[in-house]
Design a protein around this ligand. Structure first.
Ligand code: HEC
Length: 164
C-alpha cells in the first residue's frame, strides 16, 4: 500500500472499528431493547391478592368492571373507534396472555408493547402504581379464574418462557 493510500484507508478503518465496537458493546444505543420483566403472578398468595383486590377496585374496576365483567359490547369498537375494556374474567382473553405480557401492558400500555401507534383507552400505570401493586392487581384477577383456566394459564407461561 502506498503511503498516500494508507493515509486515507487507515482513518476509515479506524472509524469503522470505533463504530463497530460501540455497536457491539452498546447495542441499546441503536436498537430499542425488547421490554422484559421477570415477574410471576401469585394467585395463591393471599396477602398479595388482598392488596390486588384493593388496587383493582381503585384503579381498574371503573373500566374492567367491579366483577371483572368488562364493558358492554366489548368486542366492537365504540363510537370513537376505540375498543371498550374487555372483561378480565374467563370470558375475556386476559388469560390467553402470559404474566409478562399482562404486566408490561399494564405498566407501559399497549403501544409500547406492540411497538406501534395504536390509540386506545387503556392508561399506562408506569407512574401511578408500583410494580408490586401491578403484580398484585393481576394476581387478584388470576385468583378469580377457575382452577382449570389457571392451570391453562400456567402452561401458557411455561411456553412463553421456553420461547425466550
Ligand atoms: C379508562 C379505562 C381503563 C382502566 C381504568 C383500565 N383499563 Fe385495562 N384496558 C382498557 C381498554 C379499553 C383495554 C383494551 C385496549 C384495546 O385493546 O384497545 C384494556 C386492556 C387491558 C388488558 C389487556 C387484556 C387483553 O386481553 O389483551 C389488561 C391486562 C388490562 N387492561 C389491565 C388493566 C389493569 C390491571 C388495570 C388497573 C390497574 C386497568 N387495565 C385499568 C381500559 C382500561
Amino acid at each position: 500500500m502506498s503511503l498516500n493510500m494508507k493515509k486515507i484507508v487507515m482513518p476509515i478503518l479506524f472509524v469503522f472499528f470505533v463504530l463497530g465496537s460501540i455497536f457491539y458493546f452498546a447495542p441499546s444505543l441503536f436498537f430499542d431493547e425488547p421490554l422484559r420483566a421477570d415477574i410471576s403472578l401469585k394467585p395463591d398468595d393471599q396477602g398479595l391478592v388482598d392488596l390486588g383486590k384493593l388496587v383493582y377496585k381503585n384503579n381498574c374496576a371503573s373500566c374492567h368492571g367491579v366483577n371483572l365483567e368488562g364493558q358492554e359490547q366489548w368486542r366492537q369498537p365504540d363510537a370513537d373507534g376505540y375498543m371498550p375494556a374487555p372483561p378480565h374474567d374467563e370470558s375475556g382473553h386476559t388469560w390467553h396472555h402470559p404474566d409478562e405480557y399482562l404486566f408490561l401492558m399494564t405498566k407501559y400500555g399497549l403501544e409500547e408493547i406492540i411497538g406501534q401507534e395504536y390509540p386506545n383507552n387503556m392508561p399506562a400505570y408506569n407512574n401511578l402504581l408500583s410494580d408490586q401493586e401491578i403484580v398484585a392487581a393481576l394476581s387478584y384477577i388470576k385468583s378469580r379464574w377457575s382452577i382449570k383456566v389457571r392451570l391453562q394459564h400456567d402452561k401458557i407461561n411455561t411456553m412463553s418462557k421456553e420461547q425466550r
